[in-house]
Design a binder for this molecule. Structure first.
Ligand SMILES: O=C1O[C@H](COP(=O)(O)O)[C@@H](O)[C@H](O)[C@H]1O
Length: 242
């Protein structure tokens, strides 16, 4: 499903509505809400909205469990940290219990951390389907999503839920949920806007199936639903306008 908005404010409001709806439905059905946050700049306005009324008061924060879809392996004070952005814009301003928030950062080597993060997820989902209620994702100009970058071996991962690897062009480690893990989600919401995303959006949605080059094509939830929240500029190269 593709929903097109004129402004990023309208797009972020739509994302906030979906966030509230997913949270309330999950808590009603299972007594808790498990979400994977996205990084980058696209969700910043959404996070600021969720931190304020009316949205802040509509989310059942006490029953919310926060994970991340991906992270740059930098400490939590570093401006490149996806978690830092989410804490400063959202998580420091809402009553989510600290022990229910799982940033992708810790002691030791990134590969070991990825194994531990996977164990945390396994224990969180023990005795129930390993399904996020909501996964928020962005998409880079190059078609990457989470830290699934074009041409990287992690794109071929079929077993592991979490992987760490060194991303040579950025000279840093990345940690990411893998496609098989993301694709278990009940709902996946992409937030993608701006002209710079137009080419990748066209390739991902209407191009040939080539996830090695456009990794966002790997996102195909097995049972869940994918919603693309986009603006008009991002849709400018789509041949059939949604
Ligand atoms: O590096 C990353 O980039 C993507 C896209 O970011 P955006 O600034 O274009 O929104 C993001 O989804 C991912 O979480 C992040 O690590």
């Amino acid at each position: 499903m593709i929903q097109v908005y004129k402004t990023t404010e309208e797009l972020s409001k739509a994302a906030a509505d979906l966030f509230v709806q997913a949270a309330q439905e999950a808590v009603q059905a299972n007594g808790r809400f498990t979400v994977a946050l996205t990084g980058g700049s696209s969700p910043e306005q959404l996070y600021r909205m969720l931190a304020q009324p009316p949205y802040r008061d509509l989310v059942p924060w006490q029953q919310t469990f926060v994970f991340w879809g991906d992270e740059r392996w930098v400490n939590l004070e570093d401006d490149r940290s996806n978690a830092k952005m989410a804490f400063t814009t959202l998580l420091h301003h809402v009553p989510v219990p600290q022990e229910q928030v799982f940033p992708m950062w810790g002691e030791g080597e990134p590969e070991e951390f990825a194994i531990d993060y996977e164990k945390k997820l396994q224990s969180h989902f023990a005795n129930m389907p390993a399904q996020f209620d909501l996964v928020l994702l962005g998409m880079g100009d190059d078609g990457h999503t989470a830290s699934l970058f074009p041409g990287t071996p992690v794109l071929k991962e079929r077993e592991r839920w979490v992987q760490a690897y060194y991303l040579e062009p950025q000279s840093m480690y990345r940690i990411t949920l893998t496609a098989p893990c993301l694709n278990q989600a009940r709902k996946i919401v992409f937030m993608t806007y701006g002209e710079k995303k137009a080419k990748a959006l066209q390739e991902v949605l209407q191009g040939e199936h080539n996830p090695e080059t456009y990794p966002a094509q790997l996102i195909q939830p097995q049972q869940g639903e994918t919603v693309w929240l986009v603006d008009e500029a991002a849709t400018s190269l789509l041949t059939a306008q949604p």
